[in-house]
Design a protein. Sequence first.
Length: 563
Amino acid sequence: MRSDTVKKGLPRMPNRCLLYATGVTRGGMDKPFIGLVSSFTDIIPGHVHMRGLERAIENGVYAGGGRPFVFCVPGICDGIAMGHQGMKFSLATRELIADMIESITGAHCFDGLVMLTNCDKITPGMLMAAARLDLPTVVVTAGPMLAGYSGRRHLSGATAAEERLSLVRDTFEIVGKASVGGMKLTDEERDELEMSACPGPGSCQGLYTANTMACITETLGISMSGCATSVAVSAKKQRIAHESGQLVCELVRRGETARRFITPQALDNAIAVDMALGGSSNTTLHIPAIGHEIGCEITMDRFDEVSRRVPNITALRPGGDYMMEDVERAGGMPAVFKTLGDLLADTPNVNGTSLRKVGAAATVWDTDVIRPASDPVYPEGGIAVLTGNLAPEGSVVKQTAIKTAGMMDFTGRARVFEGEEAAMDAILAGAIKSGDVVIIRYEGPKGGPGMREMLSPTAAIVGAGLAGSVALITDGRFSGGTKGPCIGHVCPEAYDGGPIAVLQDGDEVHLDVPGRSLSVNLSEGELERRLAAWARPERTVGGYLGRYAKMVGSARFGAVFSD
């Protein structure tokens, strides 16, 4: 066993002494050493219940014949970090998490790993580490939150969809509605929404980044079937955690490591499932970053290629009214695999079976939630990649979250802001009008640094009633909860001298989602003249973010560190 490096032979006598000091028994010394890496924290709703799941995994490892050792990595709640400087750290922690797992695992020579995760950058960071280390590994995603509920709305005769609450629609978007959208919100109503929208543990209820990544993890075959959609508070999740602990010991015995499951074919399946579900645009960063760890280059272009052949078969929030608990009730990811059929390659999974076999054995219990591929919500996948003179290397839009047909092909006047805060102030002050294209720049991986999510301004635009007449373009990125004509990941970013850096107020910007185009209409040679005169702004950024800015690469390739 790999752990024999620290526990066998006379020279390892002091090592064994320290292991015995942790409570390892003599018999335990002969068992596989399993690292249980947890992202438990008291400040993220998707993680507060992980102590119980840790115990279930530990018991499973013991039952499987292994010896578990818990260690932890940090986590950031994107919702709490949203709208201020704290969001600069979110994407940057993905690399920290992967490096920390590599460091702890390498130092202690674990034979296998169980990864307990849930939220936006933590799950991809763990998957990157799994691919990099290539050890027997099972990932447990800790599950989605249940929908909130409003008795007040029920008594007022609201529809069932309106009675159910979620974080994005019922808090972030309400900010815009109450500020400039004409909504009258009493203190009592505000308090009810704040107290009810997120009723307990779990990742936020819609198909935002955390739940999208959970679905991708199950698609990759590195978590047990049924894991992604089983809700955080369920006994099913506890059983999956226990069985995952047992299973990793079996993988150690079989010698099956992470790269048996995380393969180029499996990553292509992950993109296809993402397109079919209408998942978060953040996957255009995370799937390439996972691919980078196995030497498989994936760019934005691949997402667009897959999107053109895979239909969108679910309408989950933010693009619709369903939530993750509805997908669980409809049959979970196995039902999605069944529906997509031959659109997915048949790849192995940790269960000891394969993706298509799991799909063949599944039942789709609700074809309104998981629509047939022959009768989809939208004929293409959730994401489109736009190029043009404003984004020569690509940009990303969640096309299935654009609900106004006229905004799929739209021309407007640029309103340029040097950062998120200035744009948000303008939106809440009512300074953004119909026909505007809000430009937020110097928010890319290097320019931010950290490539902040822009849920606050996009939700405020929706709440203000402008999603059908205002577009937003940024070299930053968006939360999985964003909806409307919002184009992010513009490459090259402004800090690297991309054309977005030289846009001016009043420039005519044209976006054409069906035509996959993003451009600025300028006289011949004007764009080139502006770029020739451009100079990178001076700035001083210290600490980890300063180091991150020096090491991080383009969003086109997943914003990974240079080798």
